[in-house]
Design a protein around this ligand. Structure first.
Ligand code: UD1
Ligand code: UDP
Length: 379
């Protein structure tokens, strides 16, 4: 390694962080001026490994810390302790964290404890509700205040940071989720796409289908049951529409989903899909019904109406653009919103428009330029 090389360490632990950091790992790895290392907390295991395999990322450090039904205390404590020795060994010039997971927060905190600079990817999103999304709103705020470079996906996110008196190091770059989506869609067009298409033929993809995901902690218990009842009611009302639901592996999700929706003839409960399979399905779905952050960003890009099963969102741009609608976790509200989209073509077309409020697929290249300049100026 030449003495001018800068050492970058990417720290992540869950599926969405891996998807959103993978294009950046790729861009920096192909760049002669950087030495790239990857540390995974493995806050997720199987769902993380699916993404690592697809993007061909082999971690240099793996804390392998996931435990069944882990608490926030488990993740925070195991992660912060595990990262101490990773940072001592890797001695990076800059640490990257992404988003709002507990791994993102403790990654930023661990780097701060070692006085290492932090770049926060997807900085500045705010719902302005401390407990929704929980604990993500506070995770993102804390990671932001610990960071030196704030890579905001939109101008609204940058403005949120300024309102919190974070005034330096903010750059509006778009969201790397769109870079990942374009990479994945490109791959699907090529020869590697054929086996993916084939392996999904057993699903009811040749009819209208709703693609469902859900996993938010603040919805566990009754709100999550309401979501499931709304899906059951919709499935009964629209027997010609399929509901395809790759169920998140969290036991708090698995139990009510299988209890309430298992055995319904037009509801297909499947294992989490790896990323290319999932976006292939998303490209073909009629409606996305979700509480996921990433899907709120991907669906507008694909022109898919998305019903967001949350009371508030930190991703307002899709709502403003008209492709996303907040429906909360009330059974009646979710059912009525789905009913309208499935039965009223005009209402459907109003939402089914392709817009890109979250980026144009070039966020990673922009970030590489910004980081190169930042490191040569400051370190
Ligand atoms: C985490 C993040 C959330 C993010 C979500 C993406 C926190 C606090 N939560 O929530 O912000 O939106 O990931 O999916 O950072 N499990 C498995 N295998 C896996 C993944 C999870 O079995 O590959 C099960 C385990 O029982 C695990 C549980 O799910 O204990 C919860 O995982 P955890 O990462 O703590 O929370 P998520 O709800 O996945
Ligand atoms: N996703 C996936 N397989 C699935 C469900 C989702 O690859 O079975 C992808 C999806 O395209 C998006 C990301 O996972 O990029 C969203 O992750 P998740 O919903 O777990 O977390 P969130 O975005 O809410 O933080």
């Amino acid at each position: 390694m030449s003495p001018t090389h800068k050492k970058l360490l990417f720290i992540f632990g869950t599926r969405p962080e891996a998807i959103k950091l993978a294009p950046l790992v790729r861009v920096f790895s192909n760049h002669a001026g950087f030495e790239v290392k990857v540390a995974v907390t493995a806050q997720h295991r199987q769902m993380l490994d699916q993404v690592l395999a697809f993007f061909e990322i082999v971690p240099d450090y793996d804390l392998d810390m996931m435990k069944p039904n882990q608490s926030l205390f488990d993740v925070t404590a195991a992660g912060i302790k595990g990262l101490e020795s990773v940072l001592e060994d890797a001695t990076p010039d800059l640490v990257f964290v992404q988003g709002d997971t507990t791994t993102a927060f403790i990654g930023a905190l661990a780097a701060y404890y070692k006085k290492i600079k932090v770049a926060h990817v997807e900085a500045g999103l705010r719902s302005h509700h401390k407990y929704s999304p929980f604990p993500e709103e506070m995770n993102r705020i804390m990671a932001g205040h610990l960071s030196d470079l704030h890579l905001a996906p939109t101008s609204g996110a940058a403005e949120n940071l300024r309102r919190e008196n974070i005034l330096e190091g903010i750059h509006v770059v778009g969201n790397t989720v769109i870079d990942a989506l374009f990479l994945g869609l490109d791959l699907l067009k090529g020869p590697k796409g054929e086996p993916i298409r084939q392996s999904l033929q057993h699903l009811p993809i040749n009819q209208r289908f709703v693609l469902v995901t859900g996993h938010r902690r603040e919805s566990f218990g009754e709100p999550f049951e309401n979501i499931c009842h709304a899906i059951a009611e919709s499935a009964a009302c629209f027997p010609d529409v399929a509901f395809i639901y790759p169920v998140h592996l969290n036991p708090n999700v698995q139990e009510p989903v299988h209890r309430i929706l298992g055995g319904l003839s037009n509801v297909r409960l499947i294992e989490p899909l790896d990323y290319p399979h999932f976006i292939w399905l998303m490209e073909r779905c009629y409606v996305a019904l979700t509480d996921s952050g990433g899907m709120q960003e991907e669906a507008p890009s694909l022109g898919k109406p998305v019903l967001v099963m949350r009371e508030v969102t930190e991703r307002q741009e899709g709502i403003d653009a008209g492709t996303a609608r907040l429906v909360g976790t009330d059974q009646k509200v979710i059912f009525e919103a789905l009913h309208e989209l499935l039965s009223n073509e005009e209402a459907y077309q109003r939402m089914a428009k392709s817009v890109n409020p979250y980026g144009d697929g070039t966020a990673s290249n922009r970030i590489a330029t910004i980081v190169g300049k930042y490191l040569s100026d400051t370190i």
